[in-house]
Design a protein around this ligand. Structure first.
Ligand code: BES
Ligand code: ZN
Ligand code: ZN
Length: 497
């Protein structure tokens, strides 16, 4: 998709559709920001169908005045409401613009930035670009015989009109990096598990290293055996494809800069293993790699944006979790990377096994100043928070606060749940240092309590995205399917570091 900034008179635009964003006035009709379109818009508003309420849309087909026809056939007005306009208001407005556009045949759009809403033009351009690009996402790779009448339109070109081109261009660049990273994460997650295997994370990492100047190291099975990454190896036992652990390093060039470690669960399919999941809905477990996809996508964004003042290491441990003749069995004991032994009571609690190894390896190898892991870890987080908030657990209040702020700013809200020694008792095993599950109680907390054993004293935040990685809160800029949650939160965190 092409996207750029223009300062040319919007009334002269000759693409398929012009999009305007308007506040809802206390009285009367919303004000049209493009004088050349004011008459036509006022005429359309006379229908009484549009007040400018948040999320409201009005599509009309303007007819130009005598001798001065308008350049475009369609105009779309999006309401911003009467409350304070925030980043999220604009993202949602961008998403609404896409939803309405994709019902038409329009592919080339001009969006007129609302520059008088009390936010810096940079922020307006950034948020609107995010909403527009995120909302334009579609995945039809495997639909080859669909009825042309049923296929939604696709957006090929977006121009942002601004009177302040420099600021708008800077905002667009930021919004674009973030939204395109989310596209990448959604693409990975949409791929079926028979295509997107652990080897694909490795290949993506290697390609990224070449194209965006990162360092990539891929640990394969022989390296894992040598290093003792036995949690990842144990979960992989039932699968016929080998595991991978992809390590990407972004270096900002400043020696003394702090290092942030990001670890994402890259389970390309979770059947539960010998502790097999029920069949209904099991196909959704191809999404069990959304944490890994988020980390990879953030690394791509960092490679493109090259922020200063922080080094970032991204690690994605990846395998399938399947039953098979060699599969891990309930009751088996495994020695993880940091030497701790685990009794595997339930092979479906596999995410914590592979993350434990990746966290312990990452902490020992890179000595990071802070660690954030992101994983579709527990069904219990859906019971606790539904699909509207990501579960956040942390051993450090300051880091937790930073991640919560980043999540709010990104429009991906999180909610902190507690940790504590009282919960650790629930993971006591008769035969090993700890077991991987207990009874159902406090399932999300127990997942985090387990992981905490593998980060030593490093400040650490765990994001449980099982409820938000797909089937997320319905939002105009988040189509059905994987949401790419976490990509923009982690990017906001790095940018503010
Ligand atoms: N990948 C699942 C968690 C999950 C469930 C993600 C539903 C998204 C939607 C994870 O590996 C898992 O199976 N967790 C178990 C843990 C239990 C055995 C302690 C669960 O949540 O049931
Ligand atoms: Zn599982
Ligand atoms: Zn899982």
């Amino acid at each position: 998709m092409k996207i750029s900034v223009s300062t040319k008179d919007p009334a002269a635009y000759t693409g398929d559709m012009i999009i305007l964003f308007v506040r809802q006035p206390a009285k009367g009709q919303p004000v049209c920001p493009v004088p050349g379109l004011a008459k036509a818009m006022a005429q359309a508003c006379l229908s009484g169908d549009f007040q400018g309420r948040e999320g409201q849309t009005l599509l009309f087909y303007p007819i130009g005045g005598k001798g001065r026809p308008l350049g475009t056939r369609r105009a779309l007005v999006i309401g911003l409401g009467k409350d304070e306009v925030k980043r999220e208001t604009l993202r949602q407005a961008g998403g609404s613009a896409c939803c309405a556009t994709m019902k038409t045949k329009a592919t080339k759009l001009l969006a007129v930035l609302p520059e008088d809403v009390g936010l810096a033009v940079l922020v307006v351009a950034e948020s609107l670009a995010e909403g527009l690009i995120l909302g334009a996402y579609q995945f039809h790779k495997y639909q080859k015989f669909t009825d042309p009448d049923e296929t939604p339109g696709a957006i090929s070109e977006i121009t942002l009109f601004s009177s302040r081109a420099t600021e708008a261009r800077r905002g667009l660049a930021r919004g674009r990096v973030a939204a395109e990273a989310a596209w990448v994460a959604r693409d990975m997650a949409n791929e079926p598990a028979n295509y997107w295997t652990p080897a694909h994370f490795a290949r993506f990492g290697r390609d990224l290293a070449k194209s965006d100047g990162l360092k990539c190291t891929v640990l394969g099975k022989p390296e894992m055996i040598k290093l003792g990454l036995n949690g990842l190896l144990a979960i992989n036992q039932g699968s016929s494809v080998p595991p991978t652990m992809t390590v990407l390093e972004y270096r900002c060039g400043t020696k003394k800069a702090p290092t942030l470690l990001l670890v994402g669960k890259g389970l390309t399919f979770d059947s539960g293993g010998i502790s097999l999941k029920p069949g209904v809905g099991m196909e959704e477990m191809k999404y069990d790699m959304c944490g890994g996809a988020a980390v990879m996508a953030v690394m791509q964004a960092l490679g493109r944006e090259r922020p200063r003042g922080v080094n970032v290491v991204g690690i994605v441990p990846s395998t399938e979790n399947l039953p098979g003749p060699a599969a891990l069995k309930p009751g088996d004991v495994v020695t993880l990377y940091n030497g701790k032994t685990v009794e595997v009571v339930n092979t479906d609690a596999e995410g914590r096994m592979i993350l434990a190894d990746a966290l312990a390896y990452g902490v020992a190898t890179f000595k990071p100043d802070a660690v954030v892991d992101i994983a579709t870890l527990t069904g219990a987080v859906i019971v606790a928070l539904g699909h509207h908030r990501t579960g956040l657990l942390a051993n450090d209040d300051a880091l937790a606060a930073r991640v919560l702020t980043a999540a709010d700013e990104a429009g991906e809200p999180a909610w902190r749940l507690p940790l504590g020694p009282e919960y650790r008792k629930q993971l006591k095993s008769q035969v090993a240092d700890l077991k991987n599950v207990d009874k159902r109680d406090a399932g999300t907390i127990l997942g985090a309590v387990f992981l905490q054993e593998f980060v030593a004293e490093t400040p650490w935040v765990h994001l449980d995205i099982a409820g938000t990685a797909w089937n997320y809160t319905e939002k105009s800029y988040i189509p059905k399917g994987p949401s790419a949650v976490g990509v923009r939160t982690l990017l906001a965190l790095v940018r503010s570091y």
